[in-house]
Design a binder for this molecule. Structure first.
Ligand SMILES: [Zn+2]
Length: 96
């Protein structure tokens, strides 16, 4: 195999991966939580409300976007997830 052919192959492989990556990004990152209701604990899926607020918290926080999700137990229980901006934990870690 020539160098050009090899590089072409690598390039094709990388661009292939890149497309997959973009696809995942567009889908948003699904997170699975357990119902907080006592004796339930059934899972429920939550998606970030937008591209910025992607860090889930179970407690209210400043600047967080609350979203309510129903668990898989026939939707009897409501769980609120507070979505924070991705930059918040990074800011936290710079405080040394
Ligand atoms: Zn539940």
């Amino acid at each position: 195999m020539s160098k050009e052919a090899f590089l072409g192959l690598v390039e094709g492989f990388l661009s292939g991966n890149y497309r997959v990556y973009l696809f995942v990004e567009e889908m948003g990152e699904k997170k699975t939580f357990s119902c907080k209701e006592k004796g339930c604990g059934k899972p429920f899926d939550a998606w970030p409300p937008d591209e910025e607020h992607i860090v889930p918290r179970l407690e209210p926080a400043e600047g967080a976007v609350p979203r309510t999700y129903k668990c898989e137990d026939e939707g009897k229980h409501e769980n609120t997830i507070y979505w924070l901006k991705e930059t918040e934990p990074k800011l936290f870690f710079t405080k040394t």
